[in-house]
Design a protein around this ligand. Structure first.
Ligand code: ADE
Length: 230
């Protein structure tokens, strides 16, 4: 069983439509759709935007379905100026950019109890994602830190601060929370994001215009990963 989480319906709806032998189950406010996806047992969920929604959904998924790995897919704002809309970023690690207990003496982004700033992403899964993404035409593929926070970032000075503080390539609102839940339960995690906007003044418009296209790119990569020899 593998688990796949998107924040918004558009981020996983192609995969939901490709799933066969579907079974739907509601746990709290999350709906999990399980079945067969390209020959693999899989469970899909839309977690809603933000870190708490994502962490709750990921934890429910892990405890109920015991996936061997969990993948968070969807769109992101580009923080690295090289990124173009539609490009893919595979997380090497994920940070919570709005976690700040520096007045208590901690490093910026430090998550207490866990004792980490950077949540790791699984090396083998990263390699599989990269190989599959690189097969897509006209899409550049990068690996780097993805920064997660409870805000849609559309101010260049905020994007610059997140990039400079964490070495972040892209910003979004769920990845590090999914990685946090996975880390807590010892489940390998992957984060695959396609760029919908530049996390700048144009982001509101670009997000609306390009989210569907960028979401399709990420779902194409999942199809390639699952269809490839195991
Ligand atoms: N997801 C896609 N674009 C984003 C942005 N600019 N900020 C946060 N999350 C995003």
């Amino acid at each position: 069983m593998i688990g796949i989480i998107g924040a918004m319906p558009v981020e996983i709806e192609t995969l939901v439509s490709q799933m066969t032998e579907k079974h739907e189950e509601r746990l709290g406010t999350d709906t999990f759709v399980s079945g067969k996806l390209f020959g693999r047992e899989a469970v899909l969920a839309v977690c809603g935007c933000g870190k708490v929604n994502a962490a709750l959904c990921a934890q429910q998924m892990i405890l109920r379905y015991r996936p061997e790995w969990v993948l968070n897919i969807g769109v992101a704002g580009g923080a690295d100026p090289r990124l173009r809309i539609g490009d893919m970023v595979i997380a090497s690690a994920a940070v919570q950019h709005d976690m700040d207990t520096t007045p208590m003496g901690d490093p910026i982004g430090y998550v207490s109890k866990i004792g980490l700033v950077e949540f790791p992403c699984d090396g083998a899964l990263r390699t599989r994602l990269r190989r599959a993404a690189e097969a897509l035409p006209e899409v550049a593929v990068y690996e780097g830190v993805i920064a997660t926070g409870d805000q849609f970032v559309n101010r260049p000075e905020v994007t610059a601060r997140i990039r400079e503080t964490f070495g972040a390539m892209a910003v979004e609102m769920e990845g590090a929370a999914v990685a946090h839940a996975c880390y807590t339960h010892g489940v390998p995690c992957g984060i695959l994001r396609s760029i919908s906007d530049g996390a700048n003044d144009d982001s509101g418009m670009d997000f609306a215009a390009f989210t569907a296209l960028a979401s399709r790119h990420a779902q194409n990569v999942v199809e390639r990963v699952l269809s490839a020899a195991q």
